[in-house]
Design a protein. Structure first.
Length: 172
């Protein structure tokens, strides 16, 4: 953990994926949207649901459940798209993350956050920033910059721009 993460209190946006509760550092969250139409992009990985038009910007939307090895999200009245800012080679990129529901913004002191558990060498937990304690439950705190690899993000950006160009040509 960096120095800024080991002192004081940090705010987290909490959300659910299935029965599990997750959290993101609020500094990485741009906004929360109700579910909207997502334009499917051909030949993309299954976890990429497609792209949305966010005030004229193409924003890729990832099904966070699928990316984390869970079954695909089922759309409900609580389904949300969390718009995050992901660091990609020194550039900030907007990315939408499909969640089952958004819960609340929560303050956690450093004593309430433990390092990610070690499961041995076969499981990749580098995308987990830590485990937050909330009452008698744990929150899985994600490092959103590591949920997707740099190569995946670059591919999503490139494909999203091609999709927007194709939509503009069809509308003309």
């Amino acid at each position: 953990m960096g120095a800024e993460e080991t002192t004081g209190t940090t705010q987290y946006l909490t959300f659910t994926l299935g029965a599990e509760e997750f959290a993101l550092d609020i500094a990485k969250v741009r906004e929360v949207l109700d579910y909207t139409t997502i334009t499917r992009v051909p030949r993309m990985p299954d976890f990429l649901r497609g792209v949305i038009n966010l005030r004229g910007n193409v924003v890729p939307v990832v099904d966070l459940r699928m990316k984390l090895g869970m079954p695909a999200a089922e759309r409900t009245v609580s389904t949300c798209i969390v718009i995050t800012e992901v660091d990609l080679d020194g550039e900030t990129v907007q990315m939408g993350m499909l969640t089952d529901s958004v819960q609340e913004v929560l303050d956690l002191d450093q004593g309430q956050v433990q390092p990610p558990p070690r499961f041995g060498t076969k499981l990749n937990t580098e995308f987990i920033r830590g485990m937050g304690k909330r009452d008698d439950r744990f929150l899985i705190i994600l490092d959103i910059d590591r949920v997707l690899s740099g190569g995946e993000i670059a591919e999503l950006q490139h494909t999203g721009m091609e999709s927007l160009d194709a939509e503009a040509e069809m509308a003309a």
